[in-house]
Design a protein around this ligand. Structure first.
Ligand SMILES: Nc1nc2c(ncn2[C@@H]2O[C@H](COP(=O)(O)OP(=O)(O)OP(=O)(O)O)[C@@H](O)[C@H]2O)c(=O)[nH]1
Ligand SMILES: [Mg+2]
Length: 248
């Protein structure tokens, strides 16, 4: 996926803070999911199939960022899309924010949804899980409580998301020195979910996280029945190693 330096007028990019009702135009942004927002602001677009169909290039893939408030979801998205870091002031996302990436390098029309981590918006964000193809679940490596909550997030995801959702755990706010150790501070392996460390601040692994899940989606969409499965975790580990990191 390529990162855009400027935000296109055509897409629905908005400021990091928005209300659920700001999604009114989210289904009108070209190819992919068409959905009208009802008055409660909750949109239920039909979930495109990941099967090997001729409609592949009409499919919009839906990527959602989830995790506790303050872990850096909005910053990660802004870093990926605009190559910038939102330093300092922390403006909590309200409900859902929607962005669309339609010029990524591997030709997957993709919608990226930023969600609010605050508990009081949880019922709104649940409603969006079920048609997500990818969930990027973030915690903050400097905040143990946000890691401890991962279990609860996974329970929610298992309840509300599709069984075949592509899931990746991201330990955000990692420092470059932590990157050199290549180890997570917390026992992430117990979840059995592909994991990477990222920094929205430095940009570390941000592009790789999105590219990895996009490759997984592409592989699923194009795959012949007897082709081996794409190994998201192996891909991520290999790419991190070749970038100088030492996870094995
Ligand atoms: N040091 C450091 N700070 C970060 C990083 N990512 C985000 N932050 C800071 O963390 C704070 C919260 O970031 P947000 O992206 O707004 O958090 P969020 O997960 O979107 O929070 P909600 O919208 O409330 O769910 C901000 O002050 C950011 O500047 C990072 O990689 N490193
Ligand atoms: Mg946010």
């Amino acid at each position: 996926m390529s990162r855009k330096k400027t935000v296109k007028g055509k897409g629905s990019s908005k400021s990091p803070t928005s209300s659920p009702n700001n999604n009114k135009d989210s289904g009108k942004s070209g190819r992919g999911i068409e959905a009208a927002a009802p008055s409660n602001g909750v949109v239920y677009p039909s979930r495109p199939s990941l099967s090997n169909s001729g409609e592949f290039y009409d499919i919009a893939f839906k990527v959602m960022l989830v995790g506790d408030s303050g872990v850096g979801k909005t910053c990660l998205l802004v870093r990926f899309k605009d190559g910038a870091f939102l330093a300092g002031s922390f403006i909590s996302t309200v409900g859902i924010d929607f962005r669309k990436d339609d010029d990524d390098v591997i030709c997957l029309p993709t919608q990226i949804w930023d969600t609010a981590g605050q508990e009081r918006f949880r019922s709104v964000t649940h409603a969006y899980y079920r048609d997500a193809h990818v969930l990027l679940l973030l915690y903050d490596v400097t905040n143990k409580a946000s890691f401890d909550n991962i279990k609860a997030w996974l329970t929610e995801i298992h309840e509300y998301a599709q069984q075949d959702v592509v899931l990746m755990l991201l330990g955000n706010k990692v420092l470059n020195t932590q990157k050199l150790s290549g180890l997570s501070l917390y026992p992430v392996q117990e979840f059995g979910v592909p994991f990477m460390e990222t920094s929205a601040k430095s940009g570390l692994n941000v592009e790789l996280a999105f590219t990895a899940v996009a490759r997984e989606l592409k592989h699923r969409s194009m795959k012949e029945p007897d082709e081996p499965k794409f190994q998201l975790e192996d891909y991520v580990n290999k790419e991190m190693k070749s970038a100088g990191c030492c996870r094995s």
